[in-house]
Design a protein around this ligand. Structure first.
Ligand SMILES: O=C(O)CCC(=O)C(=O)O
Ligand SMILES: [Fe+2]
Length: 379
């Protein structure tokens, strides 16, 4: 009967339903005794308690000025919600190459939203092992601009909710804490440069480092050449157990970031450094080969990159007594907007040939990104 057929159809489970997806399971942690970074952990549930913001800002002071990295916990998303994003990432990367290729990034036009295939660039004689899928902000500016495979389409509302929660539960509270650290009369000063609705190039990312053979690790120099700073305001990195992320300390030594349960790792990036004349530290970090006992596993990442509105002019904030006392200056010789900065730095990041040529020409390990500001290469 017709009604039976309809009923059967409505009860059919979509192949994209979570019950049908291969769940992501965290690989085991390393047993190696590595030199781990000592990072503070901010309990964001303290934020709205009396005196909480001030306590958290105090806790951050050293980290934001000297380290550039810290953890946050209790950020208002359940472990299940986080695990579902890891599962979506895993299942997305498992799609056939032909399917992912329909959503490929357009680096030639400096557009990095969509799928980035691995093997685009070489590190030494070996091709890179990184795949990414970047989501633009879920705002009017980008509405209808990017298409997604059916798997992602089926879960887009949840992905939108998740990435917006990262912005409102983590990015904005942290910007208020920075305002307190900088003693700004207006606690929302930075928040107003980072509203979700207005145009900016924030993005949420699924990332996969494919496992490598011992020969590939060796030939790629164990990943030890990729020291960099991120170009935006803050980068959020979900806990995943494959060790690899390292921070360059003030003492010139690299330490490993460990996977603390229930946390997000946060690092400060270039823009927050620009608008504080270098007072807040854009941390140098890199991703190296994991310890040997983790060589058998892929490394899956969930990241959120926060950036100021594209029309923000990157000059030091004027009404901060802290910055005044430190005597900070603009890092540029002329006014540079966030849009200008993104374009200039991204041209170097997305085109290793251009970047390699410029480094070779300069010969001193630095290149000018824009308006007199020079980036360094960290080994
Ligand atoms: O995967 C990581 O741990 C960090 C990645 C990173 O540094 C970046 O994408 O800028
Ligand atoms: Fe980075």
């Amino acid at each position: 009967m017709a009604t039976t057929a309809t009923q059967t159809q409505t009860h059919e489970v979509s192949p994209y339903d979570f019950s049908q997806l291969e769940p992501y399971v965290h690989p085991p942690e390393t047993k190696e005794d590595l030199p781990w970074s000592e990072l503070v952990t901010l309990d964001l549930s303290d934020f709205d308690r009396p005196g909480g913001k001030e306590r958290l800002a105090k806790q951050l002071e050293h980290a934001v000025h000297h380290v550039g990295f810290f953890y946050v916990k209790n950020y208002g998303l359940t472990q299940e919600e986080v695990d579902r994003q890891f599962t979506l990432a895993k299942n997305f990367f498992a799609l056939p190459v032909d399917e992912k290729a329909k959503f490929e990034v357009d680096y030639a036009n400096a557009d990095y939203n969509g799928w980035r295939r691995s093997g685009l660039h070489s590190s030494g004689p070996v091709k890179d092992n990184i795949e990414m899928y970047n989501f633009a902000k879920f705002t009017k500016d980008f509405e209808g601009k990017y298409q997604h495979p059916d798997l992602i389409k089926a879960h887009l509302p949840e992905i939108e909710k998740f990435s917006k929660a990262l912005h409102s539960n983590v990015v904005l509270p942290l910007l208020r804490l920075f305002a307190i650290v900088l003693q700004l009369p207006d606690e929302d000063y930075l928040v107003r440069q980072h509203t979700y609705e207005k145009r900016s190039e924030d993005h949420f990312r699924y990332m996969l480092y494919h496992k490598r053979t011992p020969e590939e690790h060796e030939a790629s120099g164990y990943g030890q050449t990729g020291g960099h700073t991120d170009l935006g305001t803050l980068t959020l990195l979900f806990r995943q157990p494959i060790a690899g992320l390292q921070i360059l300390g003030e003492d010139g030594k690299w330490t490993w970031v460990s996977a603390q349960p229930g946390t997000i790792t946060v690092n400060l990036a270039d823009t927050i450094s620009h608008i504080t004349g270098g007072y807040l530290k854009s941390s140098v970090h890199r991703v190296v080969a994991p310890p040997k006992d983790q060589w058998a596993y892929d490394r899956t990442g969930l990241l959120y990159f926060a950036r100021p509105h594209s029309d923000t002019i990157l000059v030091p904030i004027e009404d901060s007594p802290v910055l005044k006392a430190a005597g900070v200056k603009s890092r540029f010789t002329e006014p540079v907007s966030m849009g200008d900065w993104v374009k200039a730095k991204q041209t170097l990041q997305l085109n290793p040939q251009i970047s390699a040529k410029k480094y070779a020409e300069s010969g001193d390990g630095t290149v000018e990104v824009i308006a007199g500001f020079r980036d360094r290469r960290y080994q």
